[in-house]
Design a protein around this ligand. Sequence first.
Ligand SMILES: C[S@@+](CC[C@H](N)C(=O)[O-])C[C@H]1O[C@@H](n2cnc3c(N)ncnc32)[C@H](O)[C@@H]1O
Length: 234
Amino acid sequence: MNAAEPRRIRSYGRRRGRKLRPARQAALDSGLASVSLDALPADGALDPRGLFVPAPRAAWLEIGFGGGEHLAWQAASNRDVGILGAEPFVNGVASLLAQVARQDLRNVRVWPDDAGALLAALADASIERAFLLFPDPWPKARHHKRRIVNPANLDALARILADGAEFRVATDDPAYLGWILAHVLDHPAFVWTARDPSDWRSRPADWPPTRYEEKASQSGRKPYFLSFRRRPRP
Ligand SMILES: C[S@@+](CC[C@H](N)C(=O)[O-])C[C@H]1O[C@@H](n2cnc3c(N)ncnc32)[C@H](O)[C@@H]1O
């Protein structure tokens, strides 16, 4: 990496968990060929709508989709939108691909790796909505530099989001909530759309729970739902 190049998003979690069940492995093998992006063009050259036939009315992006339940729900509910997902955890990718096959979701493309390279490849203003749901909170101070919400990654998102695009973030960690709000609101490209403090406690109708959220709720942790807008470019 060139010293002048901004740091890209990196994942620090596990890439592989339990051995995949045979059906999951089969879905992974066959699904990867048709759904996954195995290479990316030069930085800024990827038009996400061009990945689908016919071209969708918009392209959305989910970063760190985990088991893919939210991404699959959005794809099934918005078949005229092309949805890209980035997730380096191979068991999560297999789970999403099984849902893609089961629900015949033709509007999904997967980058089975760190989101950083995908963000860099995407063209300016090419994404109409981005989801970052329950990113790892990295609670220890010495790990805060691993947090996916940071100025460099917000710059990357601001570049690829279209004017007026929505950026949805969820967390169940009150300390990370403060960090996210501080960083996003400090960024000139984003504005928070909350009307009052109860706003972040209310689940929008088109925002289904993720697997991580369900586990957090069972442990008594409450989710916070944040929705930001990308300001129009001058
Ligand atoms: C706490 S889990 C939440 C998963 C899912 N969003 C959910 O709510 O169930 C965080 C996810 O982010 C993924 N992740 C971490 N760093 C990433 C990166 N640089 N690019 C893409 N995904 C990443 C992890 O592999 C993990 O699946």
